[in-house]
Design a protein around this ligand. Sequence first.
Ligand SMILES: [Cu+2]
Length: 100
Amino acid sequence: MRTLFLAALGLVLAMGAASADAVVGQKNRAFRPTDVTINRGESVTFTNNDSYIHQIYVDGLFDSDEKAPGENLNETFPASGTFQVRCHIHPTMRMTVHVR
Ligand SMILES: [Cu+2]
């Protein structure tokens, strides 16, 4: 029982470690904020704060599953540059991740 608890605690801590050098929400069919800056190798957590499905992709980098309300996506940006983040479902949704 104690082992199971420690394993669960370890999982929670690992999830915490994986999350968020920057946090971006999806609300009212827009990314907020529309601009973040991180260091190479850091990650961004995207959260669907709407009551309908969103999606998140960067050409050549990642292309997520559909995300239900309340779901997250944590993505690491391994290279420096400027990346346009978009949603397949709502083509007007855009934001920029600057990676130093
Ligand atoms: Cu969307």
